[in-house]
Design a protein around this ligand. Structure first.
Ligand SMILES: [Zn+2]
Ligand SMILES: [Zn+2]
Ligand SMILES: [Zn+2]
Ligand SMILES: [Zn+2]
Length: 268
């Protein structure tokens, strides 16, 4: 890595800037080393790279090899250590100006030191796992969505939403079936990600709004409730299953509104 841009040192005097600038990269020294021939200082990387293709000192053109370089004087290193430098993540929003010798430590702990995973585009934390990370996001989205449904339900001007139908887990599910007594139960099996906002969703919403008093509508996200889907031999999404007295009486694996209405009327 070549030197540090002098812009990063907000209160560096012009004099100091000239004194601590590497004549190869024209930036402030990064890991300064000094030549034996003329005691000139350069960034370690700059002079090392230079010596890969040259065998002379860039300053006085005397013969020079990498073994003739030594760490810059302690005075120089200590003086530079007191310079104030902007954080590496200034562009990302960190507004810290740190003593130069504390920079490596700050960089590690800086809260703007965030790397995004190239695969799942989530923040990389230590021990990052894409699958876990995506699961957490799905859970958060579902929560947000059910909150939204909940709010709609209690909003006096809201259009009928699928929240009229209950979303539930397996034990709730059987409880609901028992509680329905002789009432017709229509269960909408759907895949949250595939069917969200699709036609089946709106058909179901219309039915709910229309027949909420006569029919019990339930919706089962197969992602969360694979077991309920398996129990009812549902393999295609979306599927509507009609249940009466805990017995399946009909099934429809299409989003045809007329057909669904006919089936419901038939069994009501
Ligand atoms: Zn340099
Ligand atoms: Zn020299
Ligand atoms: Zn920072
Ligand atoms: Zn990832």
């Amino acid at each position: 890595m070549p030197g540090y841009s002098s812009d990063r040192f907000p209160d560096l005097s012009a004099e100091d800037r000239d004194e601590y600038t590497c004549s190869i990269c024209h930036e402030i020294f990064n890991t300064p080393v000094t030549t034996s021939c003329c005691l000139q200082t350069f960034c370690d990387d700059c002079i090392t790279e230079w010596l890969e293709t040259n065998n002379t000192c860039p300053y006085d053109r005397k013969r020079l090899t990498a073994s003739e370089l030594s760490r810059a004087s302690r005075v120089l290193v200590n003086t530079m250590g007191r310079f104030k430098i902007r954080c590496d993540y200034w562009d990302k929003g960190c507004r810290q100006v740190i003593k130069f010798d504390k920079l490596p430590q700050h960089t590690i702990n800086c809260s703007y030191n965030i790397t995004m995973c190239v695969k799942c585009e989530h923040v990389m934390t230590s021990g990052h796992d894409c699958i876990e990370s995506l699961r957490a996001e799905i859970a958060a989205l579902k929560l947000a969505l059910s909150d939204r449904d909940h709010n709609n339900r209690y909003h006096p001007l809201s259009i009928p939403s699928t929240s009229n139908a209950k979303r539930l887990g397996k034990s709730d599910f059987h409880g609901q079936l028992s509680g329905a007594c002789g009432k017709l139960v229509v269960v909408y099996f759907y895949d949250f990600w595939v069917d969200l906002g699709k036609k089946s969703d709106s058909v179901f919403t219309i039915m709910c709004a229309e027949l909420a008093n006569e029919v019990l509508f339930l919706k089962v996200d197969v992602d969360d409730n694979e077991d309920i889907a398996t129990d009812h031999k549902v393999s295609v999404m979306p599927t509507f299953i009609l249940i009466k007295n805990k017995q399946k009486v009909d099934e429809l694996s299409s989003t045809n509104e007329t057909k669904l209405r006919q089936l419901i009327r038939k069994h009501m």
